[in-house]
Design a protein around this ligand. Structure first.
Ligand code: FPP
Length: 248
């Protein structure tokens, strides 16, 4: 079967793709189902897109699985989501290892239920040796929380004389974020049609290409993911320069 994967220029694959997985609730509502049924279906998409990213040669795939603000959803939905994420990751760990995928997490772990955190940490340890795709789950994550934490750490170092204020530059800030050591996302995908960034990776997406699709997350598939990469490859990334400067 023809696949858009063959149309991707392998020399210009985005190293880091970040995704705001939105539309699970609306997907379920359109089918008169509970919102949690949308999240269950969304887990299948996580599996598919992890495979697709691996096959395309993406190095980092960051998924916004649970935001700081999501703690304010009805307790039953919060519990169901946490449970679903932990169960899915545990179930998929053998396949992650088989496919050489390393699991990582970013977020405010102090707010995570201890049991869920312990089980996710175990999955991270089990995949720590994998060298292919790194699958980063943003859990209990918000960019303002992350930047506030970085500022706090930097201020503490300055106070203790470990860092001079003149030495605080872009790289110093980046190295205090939870994504330290990862490349910034080249491509940010949002499903579900809303045109906003919802407190996700605000520092890191400074120069990311943004791709919004109306497709709800449970209906997003491999071909659509490859389509997003192909569109990304058709764009000219100028990083604040002019077109003429880029071709020199
Ligand atoms: C947004 O849809 C989606 C979420 C808040 C959760 C996304 C989580 C998953 C797909 C499960 C992740 C699982 C793993 C293993 C990482 P929404 O409920 O806000 O949808 P709506 O905008 O239509 O209401």
């Amino acid at each position: 079967m023809p696949t858009l994967l063959d149309k991707i220029d392998a020399t210009r694959v985005p190293a880091h793709v970040a995704i705001i997985m939105d539309g699970n609730g609306r997907w379920a509502k359109e089918r008169s189902m509970e919102r949690s049924a949308g999240h269950v279906e969304g887990v299948n998409t996580v599996r598919l897109i992890t495979e697709a990213a691996s096959e395309a040669g993406v190095k980092y795939l960051t998924l916004y699985a649970f935001s700081t603000e999501n703690w304010n959803r009805p307790q039953t939905e919060v519990d169901a989501l946490m449970h679903l994420i932990v169960i899915a990751i545990e179930r998929e760990t053998p396949d992650l290892i088989k496919n050489n995928v390393r699991l990582d997490m970013i977020g405010d772990f102090s707010r995570m239920p201890a049991e869920a955190l312990g089980r996710l940490r175990q999955c991270m340890a089990d995949t720590a040796h994998c060298t292919g795709l790194t699958l980063v789950l943003a859990l209990s994550y918000s960019a303002r929380w992350e930047i506030t934490e970085a500022v706090r750490q930097i201020a503490l170092k300055a106070k203790n004389g470990e860092l001079e204020p003149e030495d605080i530059d872009d790289a110093a800030v980046s190295s205090h974020l939870s994504t330290a050591g990862m490349p910034d996302p080249d491509l940010l995908i949002r499903t579900g049609g809303d045109k906003r960034v919802s407190n996700f990776l605000l520092w890191q997406i400074a120069y990311s290409e943004i791709y919004v699709t109306p497709t709800y997350w449970p209906d997003f598939d491999k071909e659509q993911f490859y389509g997003a990469i192909i569109e990304y490859q058709s764009r000219e990334r100028r990083f604040g320069l002019t077109s003429e400067q880029l071709t020199k």
